[in-house]
Design a protein around this ligand. Structure first.
Ligand code: MSP
Length: 642
């Protein structure tokens, strides 16, 4: 009965603050995977939501003099607005404050309690309020703080209910060892195995020190501790209590996509709860990496928290989605930079994709009055284009099934470049001048339109709006919503005789000087050439300039380099690391004058050994004859200079 099912989830986000680009990253990954599985014809359930209970939220609401529910209602409405703006195709949105979820959590508590796996005890522990996590002494970081967020923990002691997680330690360890795909990537799997081998404590699952939570069904003065409440969200919307058929269809989940720091909760605690419930375990926990901004961890104090809403308003959802999915290898940490985003938009979207569509539609319009004529016969170049198209569809299918998103995108863009090259190879404007080459021209036009038809489907999981716009500009007779992967698995789906639609620009090129990105470029605004290839010899393009990564760093230490009277060895804080830099400024500064100065460093200069010291970057200085002054600014280390 029915088609294959696929159930994917994101973490449910804490409504303690606005969501940032890191959260948008996670949800975008899940969305692209969900969209791929829908394209593959599967019955998909894609869940996201909000994790609303806990002391931190209660405290925030109290500080504003409002009820917790009023506080979360406001923030959660913003979450949903963001997901709409980003074109997230979730099938449901679970809020842990909803009645339907309360019923599930209480029922689960009852079942596990009746089984004898929950008992009452006393909890004494070290608690991190922002992370809602208890830690043992051993788990704290080197400063005695929370190992996840680095903030101080406080000691708490209270009566609490415990889940007998220790009982399941051997079973979960064996399960992880026997199922190599259960935790991905492999590095996280190894971390988890080591973690369990150190021994699993029973888990505190209730609190009495606050009341913003789901009451323990057998003891109303307790509320259920957030992770027991949060993790069970994955069961609520797929009919755990009210629709057995739906539940059987979607459980176990195919993948819980989560950030690397909460893999532990999902691959150890959650499976133990499920074992206690005699439910099958999710097929995979995938731990993605963290997004940093211009090389630094996002933080309010650094003032570098990137608001996805602002970015979407500025560049559009598809460009942001494309950047996040293309730029970062799933599982690894990745960097977000607005400059890199703009470069991707210009190079990959406006140039490669936009040009292919534009050139194709223009030529079909000009040479064949907009009609896509039937192809007949194939040249060697045609054969190679078609073989590449089919190979790309295969790479897409296999790659997306294995969540190799950035690899897939690179393959799709390699095909886009291939199709652009096909135009240069076949020289259609020359064919159009030769009456004997009409069929050859028709073949080239057909192959280009067909390539674009395929490309539009291949980019649909990543850039759904752009994909549909291409489909519409091609004027394909079928509705884009009905298109499936099978429709592009064979060449020739474009019906001969159809007429193309009107060409519209997909992505306008972003002139960086308008974005205030580069002050030098701004000065040249009037005579700034629009096309890169018209630049004069001594001029560089904005893309050239963009290759130079400049950042504010703070000088921590400075000392002369022995036997080199011009050189100083500096230790600088880049906001995310400490580096050594050798600078030729010894004649102009006493080392002590430099300590604490915030200067500008060329971050990505190839390291060089100078007088035996490896210099990792270059400090900018202004010089005029004998005068020299380092360029200093009053901005935190890690700030980007653009
Ligand atoms: N509420 C818990 C999850 C419960 S799931 C049953 C939680 N919420 S969170 O809002 O703090 O984080 C949600 C997700 O956002 C986590 O997976 C986390 O890794 C992710 N991210 C937070 N900052 C991030 C980046 N800078 N980059 C990428 N993802 C990051 O934890």
């Amino acid at each position: 009965m029915g088609s294959k099912s696929f159930y994917i989830t994101t973490p449910i986000y804490y409504p303690s603050a606005k969501l940032h680009i890191g959260h948008a990253y996670c949800t975008t990954i899940a969305d692209s995977v969900a969209r791929y599985h829908r394209l593959a014809g599967e019955d998909v359930f894609f869940l996201t939501g909000s994790d609303e209970h806990g002391q931190k939220i209660q405290e925030k609401a109290e500080a504003q003099g409002i009820k917790p529910i009023e506080y979360v209602d406001k923030i959660v409405a913003e979450f949903q607005k963001l997901w709409d703006m980003l074109n997230i195709s979730n099938d449901d949105f679970i809020r842990t404050s909803q009645k339907r979820h309360e019923k599930v959590v209480q029922e689960i508590f009852r079942r596990v309690y009746d089984k004898g796996d929950i008992y009452k005890g006393a909890y004494k522990g070290l608690y991190c309020t922002p992370c809602e996590s208890f830690w043992t002494e051993l788990q704290l970081d080197e400063n005695g703080c929370c190992p996840d967020c680095g903030r101080p923990v406080k000691e708490v002691a209270e009566e609490a209910y415990f889940f007998k997680m220790s009982k399941y330690a051997d079973r979960i360890l064996k399960y992880i060892e026997d199922n190599p795909d259960f935790i991905q990537p492999v590095s996280r799997r190894n971390e988890m195995i080591n973690f369990i081998k150190q021994g699993l404590d029973d888990l505190c699952i209730s609190r009495t020190s606050f009341d913003w939570g789901i009451p323990v069904p057998i003891d109303e003065k307790h509320v259920i501790y957030v992770w027991f409440d949060a993790l069970t969200n994955y069961l609520t919307p797929i009919g755990f209590l009210d629709d057995q058929e739906k539940f059987n269809k979607f459980w176990p989940a195919n993948v819980h996509l989560v950030g690397k720091e909460i893999v532990r909760f999902h691959s150890i605690i959650w499976p133990c709860i499920l074992m206690a419930l005699d439910l099958p375990l999710p097929k995979q926990i995938y731990g993605h990496g963290w997004l940093v901004v211009d090389g630094s961890k996002m933080s309010k104090s650094l003032g570098n928290v990137v608001d996805p809403v602002e970015l979407i308003n500025k560049y559009g959802a598809d460009a942001i989605r494309y950047f996040l999915l293309r730029e970062i290898n799933l599982g690894q940490d990745g960097n977000f930079s607005e400059l890199a985003l703009v470069q991707r938009i210009n190079a990959d979207l406006a140039n490669d994709l936009g040009n292919l569509l534009h050139r194709t539609l223009n030529m079909v319009g000009k040479f064949q009055k907009g009609e896509v004529l039937a192809a007949s016969g194939r040249s060697e170049v045609d054969e190679s284009l078609i073989a590449d198209a089919m190979a790309t569809v295969k790479t897409f299918d296999e790659g997306m099934a294995g969540m190799k998103i950035s690899t897939v995108i690179k393959a799709v863009w390699a095909f886009i470049s291939r199709a652009n090259k096909y135009i240069d190879e076949t020289v259609p404007w020359a064919l159009a001048k030769d009456v004997n080459k009409k069929q050859e021209l028709a073949n080239v036009m057909y192959n280009l339109v067909e390539s674009l038809r395929i490309i539009s489907v291949l980019i649909a999981p990543f850039m759904p709006t752009t994909a549909e716009r291409i489909w519409q500009q091609l004027n394909m007779p079928t509705s884009f919503a009905d298109v499936r992967l099978d429709d592009i698995k064979t060449w020739g789906g474009t019906p001969a005789g159809m007429h193309i639609g009107e060409a519209q620009q997909l992505f306008p090129r972003i002139e960086l000087e308008k974005e205030d990105a580069v002050p030098a470029a701004k000065e040249k605004k009037k005579d700034m050439p629009k096309q890169d290839n018209t630049a004069k010899d001594d001029e560089i393009t904005i893309d050239d300039f963009g290759k130079v990564k400049l950042q504010v760093v703070e000088i921590l230490e400075a000392e002369p380099v022995p036997k080199a009277d011009k050189l100083l060895k500096l230790k600088v804080n880049t906001g995310s690391e400490v580096r050594e830099v050798v600078s030729g400024i010894a004649k102009h500064y006493e080392p002590t004058q430099l300590i604490g100065k915030k200067v500008i460093l060329v971050m990505n200069l190839k390291p060089a050994k100078i007088r035996g010291v490896v210099s990792h970057g270059m400090i900018l200085a202004a010089s005029n004859g004998d005068e020299l002054e380092v360029v200093s600014v009053d901005m935190p280390a890690g700030s980007v200079v653009k």
